[in-house]
Design a protein around this ligand. Structure first.
Ligand code: ZN
Length: 511
């Protein structure tokens, strides 16, 4: 009896163990199935007006820092953010961004995933990782179906993110070939930045035809004054609209450096909506490209102001949604995160002081110009950090402990450590950038940036309680927000290639 009981007990135990193990398997199995089954199938009708907004380098930290910055302006005693409007869209998801080379991808590979739905390698525009097979972006398919196509960006029109919507290239650096594909495309509206190499000189081509001439021959109207751009409408035909003021990289200036009377990303979206308006509908891709550049340079304030303007641009599309809710889809995402930005810094622990970033009045790019001019116009033996202190105070609000204003502005007083960091960076910044040789520890301090500017950014960021971990991209996932036809497909967790699959299904692209 005892033996029997013992045996029965053993069998029951064994069955119990088996049940636990099996249920474990089943749970894992069914979870895996649930994960792999993000819904990429839309059964309803296709929307007429489709917008894809891409914040380059934009993930949760870029959005959160902008919202906390705006919230801090309310000067409440408890933490209060002010949501960017697009974060209230009811379709919300998260997308992975890795490419075939790395968890830390670039804009060419991630852009290809969004535009064409395949994974590829770093730097490749709409070709497979082996650079053998060309893939068509959704824009070409939509054009064939009768949609008009718009591509808008705050950086140059031949940059990686816009390029994946009209070009196929082995390398994102083939600027001339990329712009030639733009000029030969059948698309309808290109707006924002200019071109990096429209004459082929950087590609060392001789007798290359100017891309602007090719575009004009192909029927594009090319405009670059505020008056011409504001005068565009849906009878203007096919248009390339270039911002009147461009930086050295043919990009629009940072939002924080843009004067009140100058055009912004939102203006190019608003104008695009007018130019593209037609009964068959349109697809517009809009990139805010300098969120990425600001975060590469660890300039939190420049990233925040461009992110706020990105929201303004999205709100132009939202007006279309409000008018035609059953015919519009707006999708907002990032291609990858840049800078490894986070809310928090070792020196400020659990506190943040976002209001301190309000003191920054220009981007690092503008401050670099001040440094360059001082270096060029001051004899090396006369170069002193103290000469630049008034400019530093004007641009970043930072003041030395010896300043008569120090008492009333304690939060902006440079600590001894910060003073020494500035002195060391100033010394390096006074050397010719072409021959400047940095040690490996200095490369971690300054990246490839002007040592003084990047140090000022770090000091102000850290006083505000935020910090960056890299001058490159990071492997963070990106959020996805959607509103309109098919928005529910964007709920959940999926890969960036799924965003493409969802867009194809929603717009009834079958091949
Ligand atoms: Zn980047």
């Amino acid at each position: 009896m005892f033996k029997m009981k013992n045996k029965a007990f053993s069998i029951i135990s064994l069955l119990l163990v088996l049940a636990v193990v099996l249920s474990g398997f089943l749970t894992t199995e069914s979870l895996a199935q649930a994960f792999s089954k993000t819904n990429n199938t839309h059964n309803g009708k296709a929307p007429k007006y489709v917008f894809l907004f891409i914040g380059d380098g934009l993930s949760f930290p870029q959005i959160s820092s902008a919202e906390m910055y705006l919230g801090a302006q309310k000067r409440t005693t408890t933490p209060e953010k002010k949501a960017l409007d697009f974060t209230n869209f009811s379709g919300v998801g998260v997308a992975s961004t890795y490419d075939t080379d790395s968890f830390i991808p670039d804009s060419a590979s991630t852009g290809t995933s969004l535009a064409s739905g395949i994974k590829t390698g770093n730097g490749i525009i709409n070709m497979d990782a082996a650079k053998k097979v060309k893939v068509d972006p959704i824009t070409r398919k939509l054009k064939d179906m009768g949609y008009k196509i718009g591509v808008v960006t705050s950086v140059s029109l031949d940059h990686a993110t816009p390029a994946v919507f009209y070009a196929n290239q082995e390398s994102r650096s083939n600027y001339y070939d990329i712009s030639l594909q733009l000029a030969n495309s059948e698309f309808d509206y290109f707006g924002g930045g200019g071109f990096v190499d429209p004459t082929g000189t950087k590609a060392k081509l001789t007798n290359a035809e100017n891309v602007m001439d090719v575009a004009k021959k192909n029927g594009f109207k090319v405009v670059n004054t505020k008056e011409e751009i504001l005068g565009l409408n849906n009878e203007s035909g096919r248009v390339i609209a270039i911002n009147p003021r461009l930086d050295a990289s043919s990009a629009m200036p940072y939002t924080m450096d843009t004067k009140a009377e100058e055009l912004r990303l939102s203006d190019f979206v608003k104008k695009g909506i007018e130019v593209l308006d037609n009964s068959k509908g349109y697809f517009m891709m809009v990139e805010s490209g300098k969120i990425d550049w600001a975060c590469h340079a660890n300039d939190a304030a420049a990233s925040i102001h461009d992110t706020i303007e990105f929201n303004n641009a999205i709100m132009e599309a939202y007006k279309v949604y409000e008018k035609y809710p059953n015919d519009t889809l707006i999708v907002v995402t990032g291609d990858h995160e840049t800078g490894g930005l986070t809310i928090g810094f070792a020196g400020t622990a659990y506190s943040t002081f976002f209001n301190k970033l309000e003191k920054q009045t220009v981007s690092f790019e503008e401050f670099d110009k001040i440094i360059t001019s001082y270096r060029a116009n001051t004899q090396p033996e006369n170069q002193k950090l103290v000469d630049l202190l008034p400019e530093i105070e004007k641009a970043y609000g930072l003041i030395p402990a010896s300043s008569p204003k120090a008492g009333a502005n304690a939060a902006f007083v440079l600590t001894d450590d910060e003073q020494s960091a500035l002195a060391a960076a100033f010394k390096r910044s006074m050397e010719d950038p072409k021959t400047r040789k940095l040690s490996s520890s200095e490369t971690i301090l300054y990246g490839t940036y002007e040592p003084l500017s990047v140090t000022l950014s770090h000091i102000l960021n850290n006083k505000a309680g935020i910090s960056f971990t890299t001058y490159a991209h990071s492997g963070l996932p990106v959020p996805v927000y959607a509103i309109g036809v098919g928005q529910e497909l964007f709920n959940g967790s999926y890969d960036n290639t799924d965003i493409n699959a969802k867009l194809k299904s929603i717009t009834k692209i079958t091949k």
